[in-house]
Design a protein around this ligand. Structure first.
Ligand SMILES: Cc1cc2nc3c(=O)[nH]c(=O)nc-3n(C[C@H](O)[C@H](O)[C@H](O)COP(=O)(O)OP(=O)(O)OC[C@H]3O[C@@H](n4cnc5c(N)ncnc54)[C@H](O)[C@@H]3O)c2cc1C
Length: 406
């Protein structure tokens, strides 16, 4: 019997397994896909995540030391990430790298091992993989957004948002000349389904994508218009070839927008996206997947060595206080202010233009990208700048926005 069986070998599952195996525990990771299979994700790893779990240079496609924000009027704001650069990776390779690290630390990784059923017994858990039953004292749910598995944990899929992306191939010289090391964010509803549209350069290509509240054709049209018709894109995309994965050019995925109220049960904990732990401002999840996985490794190790199953509740409480209440909750407020309302484009434009001359606001926006401080820091600055931002609007719009604001 294993001490822990992990369902899912993504960022959260692999990070958990590495740390847990390093502490001398017997752990197996059950991953439904094969080695190096495609993972739809744009691959921006912010500085905060890199700081927690440094990444080998071999996996890093590009170090992002500049952030660029664009509004619908074409206003551009450059943010210096030199001090806290992000890393751009191809997630399939990054996940494989994390799983290899876990294997080196002593974890057993099983590929093509889809868990179809989970049964909780009094003193152990039984996971059904094909015709085999895998037994473990505890189970870690690191399966991302999987509604089929959620039901075994007595949960339903949390509210979520859709993400659509293209990956293009482009010779490295052209990526260098046309995109450099900048991560670009466009706040323009003509090209954005919801929130923003992103452009992340890699060594030999660029990843471009956007969000939407629903799966529909309109968002694909917007994304296509962005890539091939947007003023800043059309020339730079000359010669770029869309990559095909699993017979598709455009990939969609979902990410949760709400954290589950509890991330534990009698014999399990949930980590990463399975617990709803994405950042609601960027809708990125790698940072919180790493954070929750590290906490889970600590608390499950204590649960086993001290024979204290109540450590599972302590894990859940700690995630809620350190990740949700200290960070995600504030990110939700910023996102509600900035996204999804009729004045969103104009507000982003006003913020970008003000930040050109307001150093404190610029710093706050920079912090949003590297995430070195929790979201309450930039939220505080946005609140402080509220009247300066609203002054850029007429009275009617300012009143509407005032209600929307934070
Ligand atoms: C298009 C897109 C772009 C994104 N861009 C970014 C970005 O730039 N930066 C960022 O930080 N985040 C980004 N995200 C979010 C990020 O990818 C996730 O938050 C992160 O991967 C969550 O990690 P996880 O380990 O919790 O889940 P996942 O990475 O989804 O891993 C779950 C694993 O579980 C496996 N699994 C599922 N069901 C089973 C089963 N029944 N049995 C066995 N295995 C199973 C899956 O195959 C998968 O490997 C993006 C997401 C999308 C969709």
């Amino acid at each position: 019997m294993y001490e822990v069986a992990v369902i899912g070998g993504g960022v959260a599952g692999a990070t958990f397994a590495k740390r847990f195996a390093k502490e001398g525990h017997k752990v197996v990771v059950l991953e439904r896909k094969t080695e190096k299979s495609y993972k739809p994700c744009a691959g921006y790893i912010n500085y905060a995540a890199r700081e927690l779990e440094p990444i080998d240079k071999r996996v890093i496609e590009r170090v992002a030391d500049i952030g660029k924000l664009y509004s619908y009027t074409g206003a551009e704001l450059k943010l210096n990430l030199n001090k806290y650069p992000g890393a751009l990776v191809y997630p399939s390779e990054y996940h494989q790298y994390l799983r290899d690290l876990a294997a080196d630390a002593g974890a057993e990784i099983r590929y093509s091992s889809e868990v179809k059923k989970v049964e909780f017994k009094e003193k152990h858990v039984v996971l059904q993989v094909g015709t085999e039953s895998v037994k473990a004292k505890y189970c870690v749910g690191a399966f991302g957004m999987n509604s089929m598995l959620m039901k075994f944990f007595g949960k339903t899929l949390p509210p979520h948002i859709y993400m659509f992306q293209y990956e293009f191939q482009l010779p490295s010289k052209l990526v260098e000349e046309r995109f450099g090391n900048a991560v670009e964010f466009y706040f323009d509803s003509r090209y954005t389904g919801y929130g923003y549209t992103w452009v992340f350069p890699k060594k030999n290509g660029v990843t471009v994508g956007t969000y939407a509240l629903q799966l529909n054709k309109e968002v694909i049209t917007k994304l296509n218009n962005f890539v091939f018709k947007h003023e800043r894109m059309k020339e730079r995309m000359r010669g770029a070839q869309p990559k095909k994965f699993e017979k598709r050019y455009i990939f969609a995925g979902i990410v949760p927008t709400e954290v589950l109220p509890e991330l534990y049960g009698k014999r399990y904990v949930l980590v990463g996206e399975a617990g709803g732990l994405t950042d609601p401002l960027s809708y990125h999840g790698i940072y919180n997947s790493i954070r929750s996985a590290r906490l889970a490794a600590t608390f499950l190790s204590e649960a086993l060595t001290l024979e204290k199953p109540d450590k599972l509740k302590e894990y859940s409480d700690t995630v809620l206080s350190e990740i949700y209440h200290a960070d995600i909750e504030f990110g939700t407020k910023i996102a509600k202010t900035l996204y999804g309302h009729e004045l969103a484009d104009k507000l982003a434009d006003a913020v970008i233009k003000l930040a050109k001359t307001d150093e404190e606001l610029r710093e706050a926006l920079t912090t949003m990208l590297h995430h070195k401080s929790a979201r309450h820091a930039p939220l505080g600055v946005l609140k402080k700048k509220k009247s300066k931002i609203l002054k850029r609007f007429g009275i009617v719009e300012a009143m509407k926005l005032s209600k929307q604001f934070l």
